[in-house]
Design a protein around this ligand. Structure first.
Ligand code: SF4
Length: 169
């Protein structure tokens, strides 16, 4: 197929070893099935923001509505401004995309599954990572999904149909 619609994908889902622990989160549905339908545009917000591989893990902290990105093991690590500045600059550059598949539970990429910690206690596991939050605020009309949701055939069909529809507009 020529001129496949472009969708963004959290880069670790494509098998690239960009996670904080130096591993990847390769996802066969994304690589094999979505890769046949769409041109996959990899984005790793943390690496693009300049963080190394491996790197200290971070977590959403201190607020559900306006969380900080602090070190999981060392809370003196604060990459909130670094990541927000990156997101504010990078997200508007992604206007060629017709959708996005996000890595679940990530403090950067999670869509509806990211834990938030306040005083060392997990207060929700349904928040949004900072990149996913900026992306969905900037492109509220675009179809978005987490890789775990693609395991449902119904969700998969709904997402791919929505991308096709947007791409044709
Ligand atoms: S979840 Fe997002 S920030 Fe984390 S490694 Fe994957 S692409 Fe990078």
């Amino acid at each position: 197929m020529h001129n496949k619609p472009k969708i963004g994908v959290s880069r670790c889902l494509l098998g690239d070893a960009v996670r904080y622990d130096g591993n990847n989160s390769a996802n066969a549905i994304v690589i094999d099935k979505l890769g046949n339908l769409f041109e996959l545009v990899p984005v790793c917000p943390e690496v693009e923001a300049g963080l190394p591989i491996p790197r200290p893990p971070v977590q959403l902290s201190n607020s559900i509505e306006n969380p900080q990105l602090l070190g999981r093991d060392d809370p003196t690590i604060d990459i909130t401004s670094l990541m927000q500045n990156y997101c504010n600059k990078r997200v508007p550059q992604l206007d060629q995309l017709s959708g996005f598949v996000f890595k679940s539970r990530s403090p950067s990429c999670g869509l509806n599954s990211t834990p938030v910690f306040i005083n060392d206690k997990c207060v929700t596991e349904q928040d949004r990572g900072v990149f996913a939050r900026t992306f969905t605020q900037h492109y509220p009309q675009l179809p978005v999904i987490e890789e775990t949701e693609l395991e449902s055939a119904e969700n998969y069909e709904r997402f791919t149909a929505a991308v096709m529809l947007i791409a044709r507009m």
